[in-house]
Ligand binder design. Sequence first.
Ligand code: SAM
Length: 214
Amino acid sequence: MGREFIEIFEEWAKDYDESVAGQDPQYAAVFANYEGILNEVTARSTGTVLEFGVGTGNLSEKLLQAGLDVIGIEPSQAMLDIAKEKHPELTVLEGDFLTYPVSDTPVNTIVSTYAFHHLTDDEKAIAVKQFKEILKENGKIVFGDTMFASEIEKQAMIDSAKEKGFSALAEDLQREYYPIIDTLEDIFTTNGFDIEFKQMNHFVWIITAIKNKE
Ligand SMILES: C[S@@+](CC[C@H](N)C(=O)[O-])C[C@H]1O[C@@H](n2cnc3c(N)ncnc32)[C@H](O)[C@@H]1O
């Protein structure tokens, strides 16, 4: 479950760092302020951090530089190999948002950037329920990802991509499970989190979800 897009990342891994640097015009707006997004997720993280979908390890690098203990989880072998090559000191384990080697280490923060939308909304709810179990008291989830204020806004972004001739972006926005903010809010609050949203570019928002006491 949740691994249906891995082939895309096996292919994309070798050029991925060029895309995030804005060199692919179709994705330039998606990756606008990429460094700022990673910095903001890092600034909100504490203690032992479990990172999902590490890709080539760009967020992991910032978390390590901030002195945090990072356990990375990544399902694509090609991405995982690059992350390990760039950061030999990083622990990266094979796994995904739903199935991962759980250690006994209590986790303070669960982070991810540009990855949670690979799960359907039902899978997102299962993942969040599991995260609550492994987070320490007052633990938090900090995710940066593409999401939309409404279905109307999402359709407008798809139409705009088509008008610009960005067919790969338009297909991506229709193929993967980019959520509506109200849906995410419902998933997190139902599973016992207080959640905040902050917009970082035309596509990406950061969500910070803090585990309730109850
Ligand atoms: C767009 S890349 C983001 C990489 C990195 N987090 C970043 O911000 O640059 C998406 C990553 O999520 C991974 N991924 C895809 N499906 C996943 C899943 N079900 N669980 C965890 N990671 C997944 C991909 O293999 C890829 O490395």
